[in-house]
Write a protein that binds this ligand. Structure first.
Ligand code: G3P
Ligand code: CA
Length: 330
């Protein structure tokens, strides 16, 4: 009996070792480490998706301040443009999901972002929905918080010494001709990108660009070749183009890596990227078991709404105690 148990245990251990070796051969984690090093990106990377957006309204003063105070590697954001040409940080195409647009501008609930001026957008409350949707995480001060311009997010990111790193997505860039030029100009003005092709002197890349649109990344490559680019990939893109084409496109735009959705993070996919010199940042992953599984499969970092949890998983110390950060919000 004891001998049989021993055989079973030894067999399980051998199977686990063989499986781990197979996953490692498929995913080539060391090549992922090198791709991060080459791009000047921390390995492994904690990307605060829309800020610490599990804990506070997304892409607001609060979500970015929490992510910055806890010490995420990057503040993630989506950029779009208003009717009067101001770059704002906002995810959706329309305002209805997370603002009180229906109250303030009845009949314009489903109008596109670029049909509103910045003055109009500043009249909206972008925090109340969070308190209503997540009462257990609600805060008095969230109600009334506003949509931010890119410049205002940069003000938050530079409010202490230095340039807090930014990970910027051009969202629906076809709707905003010239947004790449405008974005690079702002980042040059604010010191995130040098006006020549030199890299900014910082421990890691102070800004990363990301997009689902390869044309936008190609434009950014021309405008600021020194800024790492990540090609975001969803399931529809894989179905339409296939992995070989997507990897070829990423290489054509000299991307530092790809950003597939969590459902695409298999070891043979991370391995394919790694063998092509591309790092892999997976979106959007919020649970420890998912970090563990996809990390094993070769992910080099994650977009996460819970940067504090991913930091715990990676054993990266919090810059300030997380409880204290939350306790300081009214
Ligand atoms: O940018 C990575 C991830 O954010 C892409 O998904 O829809 O949250 O912008 P989404
Ligand atoms: Ca995004």
């Amino acid at each position: 009996m004891v001998r049989n148990i021993g055989i079973v245990i030894v067999s399980i251990i051998i199977i686990a070792i063989v499986l781990d070796a197979i996953v490692s051969i498929l995913s080539r984690p060391q090549a992922g480490r090198k791709a991060c090093q080459d791009a000047g990106i921390p390995y492994k990377t904690v990307i605060a998706h829309r800020g610490a957006s599990y804990w506070a309204p997304e892409e607001t003063y609060f979500s970015y301040s929490i992510a910055k105070n806890v010490g995420a590697d990057y503040l993630e954001m989506d950029v779009q443009r208003t009717k009067d040409d101001v770059i704002i940080v906002f995810h959706d195409d329309t305002l209805n999901r997370i603002t009180n647009v229906a109250e303030v501008f009845p009949g314009r609930e489903n109008d596109p972002i670029n049909s509103f001026t910045i003055a109009e957008l500043k009249r909206l409350d972008v925090g109340k929905w969070f308190n209503t949707s997540f009462p257990e995480r609600s805060r008095y001060s969230y109600s009334g918080t506003q949509i931010l311009t890119l410049d205002e997010v940069i003000d938050i990111a530079t409010s202490d010494k230095g340039l807090y790193p930014l990970y910027i997505e051009t969202k629906s860039p076809k709707n905003y001709p010239g947004i790449e030029e405008q974005l690079v100009h702002i980042l040059q003005t604010r010191g995130y990108i040098a006006k020549n092709e030199n890299k900014i002197n910082a421990p890691y890349a102070p800004v990363i660009f990301q997009s689902f649109e390869i044309d936008s990344l190609l434009k950014l490559q021309k405008l600021a070749p020194q800024v790492p680019r990540i090609y975001l990939i969803d399931e529809d893109m894989v179905n339409q183009k296939g992995w070989d084409t997507l990897i070829a496109e990423a290489k054509q735009a000299q991307c530092a890596g790809i950003g597939p959705s969590g459902y695409l993070g298999w070891p043979w996919i991370t391995g394919k990227a790694h063998r092509n010199g591309l790092l892999v940042h997976i979106y959007t992953v919020n649970k420890k078991w998912q970090y563990r599984l996809l990390d094993w499969f070769g992910a080099d970092g994650f977009f996460t709404d819970r940067c504090e949890l991913l930091m715990e998983y990676y054993v990266k110390p919090h810059k300030k105690p997380f409880k204290e950060i939350l306790a300081n919000i009214d």
